[in-house]
Design a protein around this ligand. Sequence first.
Ligand SMILES: [Zn+2]
Length: 137
Amino acid sequence: MYLLPMRRTFDRYGSGAFGAGRVDKKHQGQDYLAYPSQPMASLFDCKVERIGQTYSDTKEYRLVVLRYDRQTVLKCMYVDPIVKPGDVLSVGDKIGYVQNISKRYPGMMNHYHFEVIIEGVYVDPHIWLTEYLKRLK
Ligand SMILES: [Zn+2]
């Protein structure tokens, strides 16, 4: 049985929910609470498509792009990966370690950021994940 991760709610920087307001756009993912250095395991059978960076001004904060199926791409931000592009992951395989985003944004609840993109459209990751985990159980 897999439990839904806990969502980042409100802190001084706003809400971690999908669609929440940001300076220039809407929040395209869902933030999930996690401690810095917390190991992150894959909830999915998937393939590592790309490793990148979250911000243009630093390489510190990482981005892991996972291919779930032909239509669906998953993006995880603020995760220091131990995987590389081309790696095939099963449920439970370790992806990496959650990073310390509260170092860049003091007072922010530490979290990783999770996006689900289906055929190029950003969908609510928490709804998608809830349905996915129901099927997984
Ligand atoms: Zn976020």
